[in-house]
Design a protein. Structure first.
Length: 99
């Protein structure tokens, strides 16, 4: 199991933007979104190999109830969240972040 989970700056920004978008429409939806992301992060931390692979060794975990997924890569010592990506927009836009 990885010892820590870190958000890359772009991933943090994406989370904040999505949270704010939901908050402008419904406080409850924003809280539910944050809760679902937290649950996904907990699942990833518990077993990072559990989720399907994608580009350059990254993996992704879908966020139930919302059209987002957590894209991450991991080493023995940490998990780095690369993106909180909308599942229906701009596929693969986050790939340059891995360079």
């Amino acid at each position: 199991m990885a010892t820590s989970v870190e958000f890359g700056p772009a991933a943090r920004s994406e989370f904040d933007e999505a949270f704010d978008w939901y908050a402008r429409r419904s406080h409850g939806a924003a809280i539910a979104f944050a809760s679902e992301v937290d649950t996904a992060i907990e699942k990833i931390a518990a077993d990072p190999e559990r989720f399907a692979g994608t580009h350059a060794g990254c993996r992704y975990c879908a966020i139930p109830r919302f059209p987002y997924c957590v894209i991450y890569h991991h080493t023995r010592s940490k998990i780095v969240v690369v993106a909180i990506a909308h599942a229906k927009r701009r596929p693969g836009y986050w790939r340059p972040r891995l360079i």
